[in-house]
Design a binder for this molecule. Structure first.
Ligand code: PA5
Length: 427
C-alpha cells in the first residue's frame, strides 16, 4: 500500500488544514458512481474484471508474440500508450530487454516526425516483429498513420496474409474505424472497455499486453491492484488517496497551482509522464486546475533545481520513492583521494541517495515549496500496481473536490477539429 507523508507540507497548511470532509464527499461520489462522468468509472473494478475475462488470452497472445518476434511495435498515443511505457520503463528499465535478449518493445504513433519514423525503422532493421495497435476511438490521426506505416512494413516483409497474424488490435468492443478494420481483416482483438477512458486504461489489455511481452508479471500486477482498489475504497482519513487529494487541493487554494512530480529513479520518468496525462487531462478544465509538471532528480537538480528553489513560489512538490532499492553499489576507494571523496568510499549509493533526498527536501521546504512524500516498498509489480491505483483514485477524488468532471477531455477535441478541417482543405 502507498504511504503518504505530509510532514513536509504541514508548515504550508492553514489552521483548518486539508478539507477531509470534502475528500470524504468526493470519495463517496466516486465510489457510489453519483458524479459527473459516472459512466467512466469501470477502472475501479477493472483488475478483477480482467482476471475474470481477458487475462488468459492476453497471456497467450504475449507468448505467441515473444515466440514469433524479436520486436513488438506498440502503436498508440495518450492513454493508449503512456501506461504501458511507464510500466515497462519502471519495471524493466529501458535497456532491460536489450540486455536480456528478450522481445523488445518500441512505441510509435506518438509523433508525425518523419525523422523519428525513419529512425525507428532503422532500429527495427530486419528483425522479426509484430504490431499491437491501440486506439479506443480508432480515429486518432497519429496512431492511425503510425499503423499504416507499421502495416506496410509487415506486409512488405511477410506478405498480406501472414502480416495479419502478426497484428493485435486493442480497441472498442463494438464500434470505430479500428474495430471495423480489425474485424474485416481478422486480427486478434482485445477490448478497451466502454466504461474506462484512455488515461485510466493501463490495467486493461491496453497496458497489459505490451507489459506481458516485455516480461512483466501481469498476473501479479492485477492481483495486487485488486487488493489496492479494495483498500482505497475505505472511507477514512487514513486512506492515502484522501490525504494526497485533500493536501494538494488545500495547497492549490493557497496559491500553489503547479505540482511537480519528482522521482530519483531514472526509470520513473515515464511513470511521471503517465501521471501528467492523468492529472492534466482530468483536472485542467473550466479555467481551473493544478498544472502537472515533472522532474528527474538528481539530474534536474542541476537544471530545474534553480527554479524550484528560487523561482515564483507557486510550486508544490510530490516526491515518489521506493523504500528498498533492487540492487546496490559501493563507492570505490581511490588511492591518494584525488577528488577528496574518500570519506564516502565504501558507502552504498542508496545510502548516499537517501541523504541527498533529505537534504533536497529540507532545502525546497525552506525555499517555500511544500513537499508531499509518496512511497511504496519496492520497484516491482506490487509497487507499480499500488502507485497506479493510488494515483487514479486520488485523481477522481481531487477532481470532484474541484467540481470538475474527471473523465472527459473537451479541450483535446478542439485541436482535432482544426487539424482535420485544415488537412481536408488542403486536398
Ligand atoms: O484519456 C484519453 O481518453 C485520451 O488521452 C486518449 O487516450 C488519447 O487521446 C488516445 O485516444 P484513442 O485511444 O482513442 O486513440
Amino acid at each position: 500500500m502507498v504511504k503518504v507523508d505530509l510532514s513536509g507540507a504541514k508548515a504550508f497548511f492553514d489552521a483548518a488544514g486539508p478539507d477531509y470532509a470534502a475528500a470524504a464527499d468526493a470519495h463517496r461520489t466516486l465510489f457510489n458512481g453519483t458524479g459527473a462522468g459516472n459512466d467512466f468509472i469501470g477502472w475501479l473494478e477493472l483488475p478483477q474484471r480482467i482476471i475474470d475475462t481477458e487475462l488468459k488470452s492476453i497471456l497467450a497472445a504475449a507468448e505467441k508474440i515473444k515466440k514469433q518476434s524479436e520486436v513488438l511495435l506498440v502503436v498508440g498515443i495518450g492513454g493508449s500508450y503512456l501506461g504501458a511505457r511507464a510500466a515497462i520503463e519502471l519495471l524493466q528499465t529501458p535497456s532491460h530487454n536489450r540486455i536480456s535478449g528478450e522481445t523488445e518493445v518500441y512505441f510509435m504513433g506518438t509523433t508525425l516526425s518523419p525523422d523519428a519514423i525513419n529512425e525507428l525503422i532503422a532500429v527495427l532493421g530486419d528483425r522479426d516483429f509484430s504490431v499491437n495497435v491501440i486506439s479506443k476511438s480508432g480515429g486518432t490521426l497519429e496512431p492511425a498513420l503510425g499503423f499504416r506505416v507499421a502495416k506496410a512494413l509487415l506486409e512488405r516483409k511477410y506478405g498480406r496474409t501472414a502480416a495479419k497474424k502478426r497484428i493485435y488490435a486493442t480497441t472498442d468492443g463494438s464500434k470505430g474505424v479500428l474495430h471495423n478494420i480489425a474485424k474485416n481483416e481478422g486480427y486478434e482483438m482485445f477490448t478497451v472497455p466502454d466504461d474506462v477512458g484512455g488515461r485510466f486504461s493501463v490495467l486493461s489489455a491496453v497496458g497489459l499486453l505490451p507489459m506481458a511481452v516485455a516480461g512483466i508479471d501481469i498476473e501479479t500486477v492485477l492481483k495486487c491492484a485488486v487488493e489496492e482498489m479494495r483498500s482505497l475504497s475505505l472511507a477514512s482519513p487514513e486512506n492515502p488517496a484522501w490525504q494526497y487529494a485533500a493536501a494538494r487541493q488545500h495547497l492549490y487554494r493557497k496559491g500553489k497551482n503547479i505540482e511537480i512530480l519528482a522521482g530519483y529513479e531514472p526509470s520513473f520518468r515515464f511513470f511521471a509522464e503517465w501521471w501528467k496525462q492523468l492529472y492534466g487531462e482530468s483536472e485542467g478544465k473550466n479555467s481551473i486546475g493544478i498544472y502537472p509538471a515533472s522532474v528527474e532528480y538528481n539530474a534536474d537538480l542541476h537544471s530545474m533545481g534553480q527554479y524550484v528553489q528560487d523561482g515564483p513560489r507557486t510550486l508544490m512538490e510530490t516526491v515518489v520513492s521506493f523504500d528498498v532499492p533492487r540492487t546496490d553499489y559501493k563507492v570505490p576507494f581511490e588511492l591518494g583521494d584525488p577528488d577528496g571523496l574518500n570519506y564516502l568510499a565504501g558507502r552504498n549509493f542508496s545510502d548516499i541517495m537517501a541523504t541527498v533526498v533529505a537534504a533536497v527536501k529540507a532545502a525546497h521546504i525552506s525555499g517555500g515549496v511544500p513537499n508531499i512524500g509518496v512511497s511504496v516498498p519496492s520497484r516491482d509489480e506490487a509497487g507499480f500496481a499500488a502507485l497506479v491505483c493510488f494515483f487514479e483514485v486520488a485523481c477522481g477524488i481531487s477532481a470532484y473536490m474541484m467540481g470538475v468532471n474527471p473523465f472527459n477531455q473537451p479541450g483535446v477535441e478542439e485541436y482535432k477539429k482544426n487539424m482535420f478541417r485544415m488537412l481536408k482543405e488542403q486536398n
